[in-house]
Design a protein around this ligand. Sequence first.
Ligand SMILES: Nc1nc2c(c(=O)[nH]1)N[C@H]1C(S)=C(S)[C@@H](COP(=O)(O)O)O[C@H]1N2
Ligand SMILES: [Mo]
Length: 320
Amino acid sequence: MLIRKKRLGELPASEITDQQVYLDRRKFLNSSATIAVASLLPLSMANAKTELPEATYLDLKQSPYSIADELTSYQSVTTYNNFYEFGTDKASPAIMATKFPDKSKPWRVTIEGECDKPGEYDYDDLIRPFTLEERIYRFRCVEGWSMVIPWVGFPLADLIKRAQPNSRAKFVEFMTLYDPKQMPGQRRQVLNWPYTEGLRIDEAMNPLTLLSVGLYGSELLGQNGAPIRLVVPWKYGFKSIKSIVNIRFVEEMPNSAWMKAGPREYGFYSNVNPNVDHPRWSQSKERRLGEFLKRKTEIFNGYEEQVADLYTGMDLTKNF
Ligand SMILES: Nc1nc2c(c(=O)[nH]1)N[C@H]1C(S)=C(S)[C@@H](COP(=O)(O)O)O[C@H]1N2
Ligand SMILES: [Mo]
């Protein structure tokens, strides 16, 4: 075996990971995890250097849904991104979104459609009622890489209960900001802007589904979808729409930006499934950032126990 794992004490200071710094600060796990020696970051990522900030969300509730896997480094989480509004390569969002969102403008979120309590909120008012917690989740991109990210957020279900959807509300649609001045990638027709995504209402109500406002104990950076984004850990990463300005309850299954871009390649459900290949590549394995060898991809990204019920009787090869 070529993988060599060193004990923490053997690592030079320069190699102590963000995870260790973070654990020391927050002391929420006892650190039995071994640290993988090398992180295989492409050189292009040297473009942006991000420092793990002092935690700003204090006293976060800890969650039984958190997993114990080693965290992906803060550097990787914040510099290896998919956010096409800021360019299509992994390094661009961290470079292009440093001033996003414009702090001089209020961030407004509209909740509308089939519900009894629609409304338009400033970001602070929107999140004030909810108790923030930390959720350490696996995150699997459809491209075949994965991370482990300590999100900060609250269950989407909490917000939905406040909005009081009516009996016609079968799906929830989400929309990213459209503002080519702030999001240079929107000046080109790479996707059908604004980016949209959707969930069935029971998926949206599942306790794993999170609205995230931070990671690693502090606010989201622009590249990760500030100020508020969705996290659906059993689905491919593109379902986890960033920088949300609109949440709408609808009766019909919404079309997403990726379904419009490639209907044969990107379905509505997009549950992580090692047995259903993408038309152009296998989904059986994944590369977790920071690891040498590929690991097996798990059905529903390892969250089968929590979500399999949602899909009983459905053919997951057809409803991909
Ligand atoms: N608005 C918007 N949301 C988005 C994307 C995007 O390009 N635009 N990319 C998606 C994809 S493909 C992935 S893998 C995740 C990446 O999230 P991260 O960069 O925070 O890891 O965001 C998703 N949400
Ligand atoms: Mo992705």
